[in-house]
Design a protein. Structure first.
Lengths: 503, 333
């Protein structure tokens, strides 16, 4: 039987990175094929090539046995390849039907006016096919994320897609919603649609997938039946044995508690979260996307308001109204999204390094003390080995790793004792990663209290002295960094409300 | 290395790190001057005409400097023109109606400008009204207030000794009679130099750029974003007060109906000078060049007897062209 789609020896490079090397992948009609691998393994790159977002450098993509060269997202659509992205791209002020047929609205009389009746009727037909009870006239903004996802699937089907790529489709869904998604996936499967299913959740994959392809570091590793034991699949994903042996966890139990967070609450996002971090300790936060880790970090930093809860630093309670309060208490936050929340990318390196602490670098309280700004920035550039042609280089032009170091530098200059790293190595290449890891360890050794939030389990395991696991806004586990394994963390990260035993 | 590095850093800091854009703007200015000189040498390149161009640039130049600060924060201030008039009117109230001494009246007008800017800043930060709307409201409100205070009649400064000398007198002319550059021009350049230093060498300037570059990152750096915004709007308001004094002095009167439309000329000068409306980028030198490009163009076209309607058409085209070339330059990077 000819495969629906077949990828052979595909490679793709970005400046400085080989994202894919000789990758292969095959999808049969009526098959759910899971694609697994750590972040950065190349799953998304491969799928974006199929969806026409990127073009391949070399290799072959065969559709029904015939070679195709997918040029653009529109081309992919025309070839019946649909993709459901992790973030949904719907217009919340339009109805479900209007979203599904955006840009292809049926025209009524004289081709001038939109034919809303046909629009809604066609949409209803799609929903019926999916067995989905949803009125086409519902505004997207009034729907839950799960329902919005269904609309995205309907949209892909409206393009007569025979290949559907789903990127972490259950990241934001609860159990009942996942059941409904699976029902729809099975329905599509029976109609011969091939589905590529990207997910980190083992239990789900074993329930819904037929085969699993594992990728690692941009290479194809193996394709196995979905019944393959979990441990075997993880071993393929991780490949190398993690350097647990090298890791030493210092005894920080007697150290001063630098950060003490008590009973934080905000809506459904943060539910009764309490923890402490001691001087010299690296506390890891593991969990799935949307588990509430970033929300906790932002709340501790005063960036988002809280319903209730207390934050104590150095044994003193701080009033958390704005980030300013947190910074003055000595908390620094390194956002997962450097470009939006970390750096003023249009400004130069030294301006960014001295931004939080600018009041210390003034003459007479008014004029910038340029030599002092220059000296402290140079010290940081040397100390953190920031690779930049000069201190006046616009920070947008630095690499991801060096941008991250600039953000670290700005908090070090501000003398922060508590540093919160949110996804510290996102978008940073492998070489720079280990440098960032070393820095984090050094900072802890110097007596900082450090929180590391990461979606990459190996990263959490590698760095943390102690690990908190979150699921659905609450802490579901508190484990030693030495005892934890990927499996034990994953089990805790998927411990949902309904099945939650007291942690 | 560090010493060299430091020197280049100062150089680029003072020029705002955008030497190229200003070269382009400056080259356009020179080109305009050369074209008009070639076409009408006898009328354009005369001392009177050059002083006329300088004089006519002062008010827009100073308003454009105020706008530069606001626009670099990625805000906008539509009230600068009317605020200028309001400050002129208040100057009239202080000096003519109340009979305050000249220095106090002058200071009063600037303080009124600063306070009004502060109100705009508070509306933007506390009431969370977008700058466009907040300053649009202030523009209407101030225009009304100017008319109410004056009863829609101009206030004349005939009895205030020395008031007209603020803009029209010539300190330089007193020393070098051959070079009678009016004080208004000196004031504009003085304001420009002081503001360039503030923009590039003080915390106020640093935060002005930072807010325009990435306001959320600045907030997450623990900076009191709202406070700095209010300070910047207050500062810009004070500069509008200076513009108000300049125009009142030149006309020897406060004309309450004047001022609307000046804000758009000011914004045009800022944009021609290479400041980005999306914020984070801009220089005072560029703005001054932009203001001169506008006034040289208008002056030259008038000398060539181009009808006023066509002057407007050409000015409009120049603004679009200036921003287009700026985009091209950016795209090339």
């Amino acid at each position: 039987m000819t495969a629906l789609i077949s990828v052979k020896n595909v490679s793709k490079s970005f400046p400085g990175v080989k994202a894919l090397q000789d990758v292969q992948f095959e999808l049969q009609a009526g098959e759910v094929h899971a694609l697994m691998g750590e972040n950065g393994a190349g799953k998304s790159t491969l799928m974006k090539i199929l969806a026409g977002v990127y073009t391949k450098d070399s290799g072959e993509v065969l559709l029904d046995g015939k070679p195709v060269d997918i040029q653009s997202p529109a081309h992919a659509q025309a070839l019946a390849i649909g993709i459901i992205h992790q973030e949904l791209f719907l217009m919340s002020h339009l109805t479900a039907a209007q979203n599904i047929f955006l840009g292809r609205e049926p025209k009524g009389r004289m081709g001038l006016f939109l034919d809303e009746d046909t629009l809604n009727r066609d949409t209803q037909a799609l929903f019926d096919r999916m067995n989905l009870a949803l009125a086409p006239q519902t505004r997207i903004g009034d729907l839950t994320v799960a329902r919005q996802q269904m609309v995205e699937i309907a949209k892909a089907l409206s393009h007569k897609s025979r290949i559907l790529i789903m990127d972490e489709p259950t990241a934001a869904l609860n159990n009942a919603e996942i059941e409904e998604l699976f029902r729809i996936i099975r329905q599509l499967k029976s109609e011969g649609v091939g589905i590529v299913y990207i997910s980190h959740k083992m239990d789900e994959i074993q329930r819904i997938a037929d085969r699993i392809t594992v990728m690692r570091d941009g290479r194809y590793i193996n394709t196995v039946p979905a019944q393959t034991p979990m441990a075997e699949i993880i071993a393929m994903m991780v490949g190398r044995t993690l350097e647990h042996s090298e890791k030493t966890v210092p005894d920080t139990a007697a150290n001063e508690v630098l950060l003490d967070v008590r009973h934080l609450n905000r809506g459904r996002a943060i539910r009764d979260v309490s923890f402490t971090v001691r001087r010299g300790e690296i506390l890891g936060f593991a969990g799935l996307m949307g588990a509430g880790r970033t929300e906790v970090a932002r709340a501790v930093f005063g960036a988002d308001p809280l319903d209730s809860g207390e934050v104590w630093v150095h044994g003193k309670r701080i009033a958390l109204r704005t980030p300013r309060d947190a910074v003055q208490a000595g908390i620094g936050y390194l956002s997962e999204d450097r470009k939006h929340f970390g750096l003023a990318t249009g400004m130069d390196v030294e301006s960014n390094i001295t931004l939080p602490s600018l009041s210390r670098w003034l003459k007479g309280g008014v004029f910038l003390n340029q030599p002092a700004i220059h000296d402290i920035s140079q010290q940081m550039v040397d100390k953190l080995r920031i690779k930049t042609p000069s201190l006046t280089q616009v920070s947008r032009l630095l690499s991801g790793g060096n941008q991250q170091k600039v953000v670290i530098a700005k908090w070090l200059v501000q003398d922060c004792d508590v540093l919160i790293f949110d996804e510290p190595t996102r978008g940073i290449d492998v070489g720079a990663k280990s440098e960032i890891y070393k820095l984090v360890n050094d900072l802890a050794a110097q007596g900082k209290a450090i929180i590391v939030i990461s979606s990459e389990l190996p990263e959490v395991l590698h760095l943390s002295h102690r690990i908190l696991v979150m699921c659905e806004g609450r802490i579901t586990g508190d484990v030693s960094g030495l005892a934890a394994t990927q499996e034990s963390l994953m089990a805790l990260a998927t411990r949902r409300d309904t099945e939650a035993a007291p942690a | 290395m560090s010493q060299d590095n430091h020197k280049t850093s100062l150089m680029t800091k003072l020029s705002g790190g955008q030497a190229k854009q200003k070269l382009l703007a400056f080259a356009s200015l020179i080109a305009l001057i050369l074209i008009f000189t070639a076409l009408k040498p006898e009328a354009f390149m005369t001392q009177d005409n050059i002083i006329g161009i300088l004089q006519s640039t002062t008010v827009i130049g100073v308003l454009a400097i105020a706008s530069t600060f606001i626009i670099i924060t990625s805000g906008i201030d539509l009230s600068v023109g009317v605020l200028m008039t309001f400050c002129a009117v208040m100057g009239g109230v202080f000096l003519v109606n109340w009979g305050l001494p000249l220095p106090l009246g002058v200071l009063g007008a600037v303080v009124v400008g600063a306070l009004t800017g502060c109100v705009s800043g508070l509306a933007i930060t506390r009431l969370k009204v977008p700058p466009f709307i907040a300053t649009l409201g202030m523009m209407m409100l101030l225009k009304g207030l100017s008319l109410i205070i004056t009863g829609a009649r101009p206030i004349y400064f005939n009895d205030v000794e020395g008031f007209d000398q603020i803009a029209l007198g010539s300190l330089i002319g007193d020393i070098f009679p051959a070079l009678s550059i009016p004080n208004g021009v000196l004031i504009m350049f003085a304001v420009a130099i002081v503001c360039a230093v503030i923009l590039n060498r003080t915390a106020l300037g640093r935060y002005t750029f930072a807010l325009g570059s990435n306001e959320e990152a600045v907030r997450l750096s623990g900076v009191d974003v709202d406070r700095w915004k209010v300070i910047i709007y207050t500062f810009a308001g004070g500069i509008c007060g200076i513009a108000g004094l300049l125009i009142a002095s030149r006309l020897n009167s406060a004309q309450p109906a004047l001022g609307q439309g000046y804000e758009l000329d000011a914004i045009a000068a800022v944009v021609i000078g290479g400041t980005s409306l999306s914020g984070g980028v801009g220089t005072i030198l560029g703005t001054i060049i932009g203001a001169f490009i506008m006034s040289v163009l208008i002056n030259g076209l008038r000398i060539m007897s181009v009808a006023q309607e066509w002057q407007m058409v050409l000015t409009g085209l120049i603004i679009i062209l200036a921003v287009y070339t700026d985009n091209l330059r950016r795209a090339k990077k």
